[in-house]
Design a protein around this ligand. Structure first.
Ligand SMILES: C[S@@+](CC[C@H](N)C(=O)[O-])C[C@H]1O[C@@H](n2cnc3c(N)ncnc32)[C@H](O)[C@@H]1O
Length: 266
């Protein structure tokens, strides 16, 4: 996320909570609070992420009562709060205390203290959290990670059913290429559109040095398959609704020894 371009200071917040919103800025999520206040009304992406939620919401049950959800990289909690409003019991994690504090404050304003549990955690720490959730949100984080496939392996292990994946992606939307059975002499095919690929960012993207890997569409689908998920719907740009697929899970190329070594598990 680029601090210069994708955040709002909250300076244009208005209403009774204006002062508190400004104090807690800058904001990445434009939360709509019960008194009519908005946390980032001047967000450069518009009413973000409400417009993304509108793309996604029809793919999720209107009633999530009795289900558990995990929101990884929850930021100020926009998606966690929407899931909780539908009845889910949500665990929400982020590494950044600034955002977690925003989320705690907003949770109180929204009266969702009992439904949303917020705690500091990196996606990598979730390897040691031996719990699965019905629904896992892994949105806006993949491309910020230096070890993205390891993170996806961890995320998949936490998800029993539905995974919502969203990532910045390369502008290569070509139909995924056939990738099995390639011979050494055919490596040129790997450079064509539609070959699962990720661009590596050595320095920064849009002034943000926390971006590392940007996948294309084919790579996103391929990586999801290798961790046992099929893509059921693509309700918006860069947005993937995935379900655990028993056949893919069985065939998943888990390299358990390598995974456990990478995560420091016994
Ligand atoms: C671009 S924002 C996406 C926020 C939200 N998920 C969304 O889609 O609107 C990335 C978020 O991930 C958090 N984050 C960065 N690295 C993380 C990590 N290793 N584990 C968990 N959260 C991380 C950041 O603090 C930030 O809140």
């Amino acid at each position: 996320m680029s601090p210069e371009t994708l955040q709002s200071s909250g300076a244009r917040a208005s209403g009774p909570l204006e002062h508190e919103i400004r104090q807690r800025g800058p904001w990445f999520h434009n939360l709509h609070l019960p008194d009519g206040s908005r946390t980032a009304p001047d967000h450069p992406l518009g009413d973000f992420p409400a417009y993304k939620w509108r793309q996604l919401e029809a793919s999720l049950p209107a009633d999530l009562s009795g289900t558990t959800a995990l929101d990884i990289g929850c930021n100020a909690g926009f998606y966690s709060f929407e899931l909780a409003r539908r009845g889910a019991q949500v665990d929400a994690v982020d590494v950044d205390e600034h955002y977690l504090e925003q989320a705690r404050w907003a949770r109180g304003q929204l009266g969702l203290d009992a439904q949303v549990c917020l705690f500091p955690s990196s996606v990598y720490h979730l390897a040691r959290r031996d719990v699965t959730y019905d629904l896992v949100l892994f949105m806006g984080l993949f491309y910020h990670l230096r070890y993205p496939l390891l993170a996806l392996d961890i995320v998949a292990r936490r998800c029993a059913d539905t995974l919502i994946f969203q990532s910045l992606s390369l502008p290569d939307a070509a139909e995924p290429a056939r990738t099995s059975g390639l011979r050494w002499q055919e490596r040129q095919l790997m450079t064509r559109p539609g070959w699962p690929s990720m661009a590596f960012i050595e320095h920064d993207l849009a002034g943000d040095a926390t971006n590392w890997w940007v996948p294309n569409h084919a790579a996103i689908e391929a990586m999801l398959r290798t961790v046992g998920f099929r893509v059921d719907a693509r309700p918006g740009h860069e947005l993937y609704v995935c379900r655990r697929d028993p056949a893919l899970t069985q065939a998943a190329r888990w390299l358990d020894d390598e995974y456990r070594a990478a995560c420091g598990l016994e």
